[in-house]
Every structure is written in C-alpha cells, then in structure tokens.
Design a protein around this ligand. Structure first.
Ligand SMILES: Cc1cc2nc3c(=O)[nH]c(=O)nc-3n(C[C@H](O)[C@H](O)[C@H](O)COP(=O)(O)OP(=O)(O)OC[C@H]3O[C@@H](n4cnc5c(N)ncnc54)[C@H](O)[C@@H]3O)c2cc1C
Length: 244
C-alpha cells in the first residue's frame, strides 16, 4: 500500500460515524533528519560565526544530514562592518583581543585597539578557514521573505546586484544577520542626495572638514583628520556629563 513514502493503514482511527478512516504515516524512523534549507541574510561577523556553528552541528565527520545552507550578502566582500567602514581612525573601541570569536582568539593583533583593516583580515581569514566561500552568494541583496504555511517554508526574493535579476529561493529557516548598524542614517541636509563626496575612506588632506557627533566614531576620526585637514569644526549636541 505504500505510495510515495506514506502508508495507508486499515486499522486507522474511527471517525465517529461508524466508519474507519485510514490514517497515513511516513516511513521515517524516529528522529530521522528531514531535509532543511537555512538561509542567512548578511555575512559580517554574525554570518561567519553562523557557518562555523553550522559546520560544527551539521557537518561533523560521519554525519550525513540533508541540511543545506546559503548566505546572501549584498556587498562584493564578506566582513560587514569591517569591510564597509574605512574612515580615518576606524577601529575597535573595545580591546581587540576580546573582539574575536570566543573559540578562535587572535594573539597576533598588533596593538590593543586595532584598526578596521586588521579586523577585516582576521575575520575574512577565519571565514576562509571555516569554508564560508562554499555557502556565500556575494552581491545578492535579500528583498523579502513570505511564510507559506502549506509548505512550511519561507519564499525568498533576492536581488542579484551584478545582473539586476530577481532570484527566488525557499528555506525552512531564515536567520537575520544583516547587522543592527548596517542601515546608515544620513543627516537630513538639503542637497546631500546629489553630493558626490559621500565616501567612507576619502582623503581629507588640506580640506575643510565638519564632523557631526562625538560618539566612538567621532572620537576615532577627529585626532586623525585634524592632523591633515586645513580646518576642522566639530559639532556636539551637548557637553558630556564629565565635561560639565
Ligand atoms: C565603525 C564601527 C565600529 C564598531 N566597533 C565595535 C567595537 O569596537 N566593538 C563591538 O563590539 N562592536 C563594534 N561595532 C558594532 C559592530 O557592528 C558589531 O560588533 C559586528 O561587527 C556586527 O556584525 P554583524 O555581522 O552582526 O553585522 P554587520 O557587520 O553589519 O554585517 C551585516 C552584513 O549584512 C549585510 N546585509 C545587510 N542587509 C542585507 C540585505 N538586505 N541583503 C544581503 N545582505 C545584507 C551587510 O552588507 C553586511 O555585510 C562597530 C560598528 C561600527 C559601524
């Protein structure tokens, strides 16, 4: 009686009107892994860590689980924060040796608060070691996910930024690793949309520079840029509690 993986059984449950409806069950044994596809949005530090965990959990030697992983990353490179941010002085604002994967520290950092390029090198080097390139699709921007209750899957739309085409995919699990600080908020200055100088690594030598904000990025940036700028003005919303 088996048909495509299910069995009809005559000793099924009584349905209350005197007849017996055959019940159906699959041939799967208890705890048999079912095929699963996991899609991750973004390949910064979180996406890279997810691959390491995926391999540890589902690709251990001797395991043969039908579980797939794909990572959609909109940029031309992995690395997230440390690929995108290259302003003068951009660096870790916590001691770098504590800003590593907990299972894979880096005793070779050159100083306590290393810059963005050194962090990028550490994380991309670890990504290679974990086999991230096998899973990542660069220049693929996640657009939408719609849950389909009947299939138990998310229906995904992803834009291939190299060709402009939309790609459809399906996944049982979607992990959002797109970064809480990844969607930048530009100040609302008139004309900013047509300003050609928007850049994260512009050469500011000899320029007149205005800095808005004195958070960790401002603190990193100002000492570097004041040394080369013609003139610099820093706008702080208010004095900090300490300076009062
Ligand atoms: C300048 C700066 C300095 C920082 N310094 C520190 C620090 O010293 N210590 C600290 O703990 N934290 C720091 N942070 C916070 C930092 O963002 C996190 O520590 C960490 O890097 C976040 O990693 P993530 O993978 O979650 O996100 P991200 O690094 O932001 O990576 C997200 C990735 O998702 C991709 N993505 C986003 N949307 C889409 C989409 N729709 N489709 C496909 N891909 C998408 C992005 O391109 C990116 O590659 C800093 C952040 C910045 C901006």
């Amino acid at each position: 009686m088996a048909t495509n993986g299910t069995v009809g059984h005559v000793n099924g449950q009584a349905n209350g009107n005197g007849t017996v409806a055959p019940y159906r069950y699959t041939h799967a044994y208890l705890r048999k892994a079912r095929p699963l596809r996991i899609a991750i949005i973004g390949c910064g530090v979180s996406g890279i860590a997810a691959v390491h965990m995926f391999k540890e959990r589902f690709r251990a030697p001797g395991q043969d689980l039908p579980i797939e992983l794909v990572i959609y990353e909109k940029n031309k490179s992995i690395g997230g924060t440390w690929y995108e941010n290259r302003y003068p002085g951009c660096s870790c604002d916590v001691p770098s040796h504590s800003y590593t994967f907990s299972w894979d520290g880096n005793p070779y950092f050159s100083r306590v608060y290393v810059g963005a390029p050194e962090l990028y090198d550490y994380f991309t080097d670890r990504a290679e070691a974990y086999g991230v390139p096998e899973f990542v699709r660069l220049q693929h921007q996640f657009e939408s996910a719609t849950w389909n209750n009947a299939t138990g899957q998310y229906e995904l739309t992803v834009k291939d930024l190299a060709t402009g085409t939309l790609v459809e995919d399906k996944a049982e699990v979607v992990i959002n690793a797109s970064g809480v600080l990844n969607s930048w908020k530009w100040p609302d200055f008139p004309g900013l949309e047509t300003f050609a100088g928007k850049h994260t690594s512009a050469d500011l030598s000899g320029k007149t520079v205005g800095v808005v904000g004195t958070g960790s990025s401002g603190i990193q940036l100002v000492p570097q840029v004041q040394a080369v700028a013609k003139h610099m003005r820093v706008a702080a919303r208010r004095y900090s509690a300490r300076s009062r």
